[in-house]
Ligand binder design. Structure first.
Ligand code: C5P
Length: 228
């Protein structure tokens, strides 16, 4: 993980050529790249290796959620790829997270998704959760910490409470980042890169503010400079 550069660019595309050209253009300008289901399901290990060949660390955002044994075995298979970060769902429970912890060895950071930000409190209630999504996220962050995970994905506004509850070394990987003046698009709870960093974000997950720019290198550089 590049400690000097906290930007993780989200390559939200199933298109191998586009992902590769973004990765090549941004190597050296961001600290890490994130690939998810749409890329990995389409291109698998071959596509992953092609991106990894750019030398940029990878956050493999596959959000595993299954019984403990299956998640652990899945992670063991994925460990051959040695991603910088990999994630699971905290709602899989303590035993599942503990099994995941045992399966993820070496420098790979294991983090959890607490509550999906697409769920508002009524949606969470509908599937049987009690309480509002913010306190559920906080509770699940604590459970992730108890299972020995390295951190969580969280929204900018949750960074402070999670750091208070779980300690400053517990990683806050934060999406919903918008440089000043940029449209929120479909994100609801946003923060500027500087505000998120100042609140304690370890990694800033940034997609369209970089990938949608005419000059992606310039966009990444401007964000980096705004952090100083
Ligand atoms: O384009 P944008 O910067 O909004 O992209 C943010 C990235 O972070 C996307 O890959 C999105 O799926 C991801 N993400 C998010 N909110 C979460 C978890 C992940 O926006 N709670």
């Amino acid at each position: 993980m590049n400690r000097q550069n906290p930007i993780c660019v989200a390559l939200d595309t199933p298109d191998l050529e586009r992902a590769l050209s973004l990765a090549k253009a941004l190597a050296g300008h961001v600290g890490m790249m994130k690939i998810g289901l749409e890329f990995f399901y389409a291109h698998g290990v071959k596509g992953y290796d092609a991106l990894a060949a750019t030398g940029m660390p990878i956050f493999l955002d596959l959000k595993l959620h299954d019984i403990p044994n299956t998640v652990a075995q899945g992670l063991k298979s994925l460990m051959a790829l040695q991603p910088a970060i990999i994630n699971i769902h905290a709602t899989g429970g303590l035993a599942m997270m503990a099994a995941a912890r045992d399966a993820v060895k070496g420098p790979t950071k294991l983090i959890a998704v607490t509550m999906l930000t697409s769920l508002a409190t009524p949606d969470a209630t509908e599937v049987g959760f009690a309480g509002d999504t913010q306190s559920l996220a906080r509770k699940l962050a604590l459970l992730s910490k108890a299972a020995g995970l390295d951190g969580v994905v969280c929204s900018p506004e949750d960074i402070k409470s999670i750091k208070t509850d779980c300690g400053t070394s517990f990683l806050a990987v934060v999406p919903g980042i918008r440089p000043p003046g940029l449209d929120a698009q479909d994100q609801k709870r946003i923060a500027t890169p500087k505000a998120a960093r100042d609140a304690g974000a370890d990694i800033l997950v940034i997609g369209r503010a970089i990938t949608g720019a005419e000059d992606v290198q310039k966009a990444a550089q401007a964000i980096l400079q705004s952090l100083e």
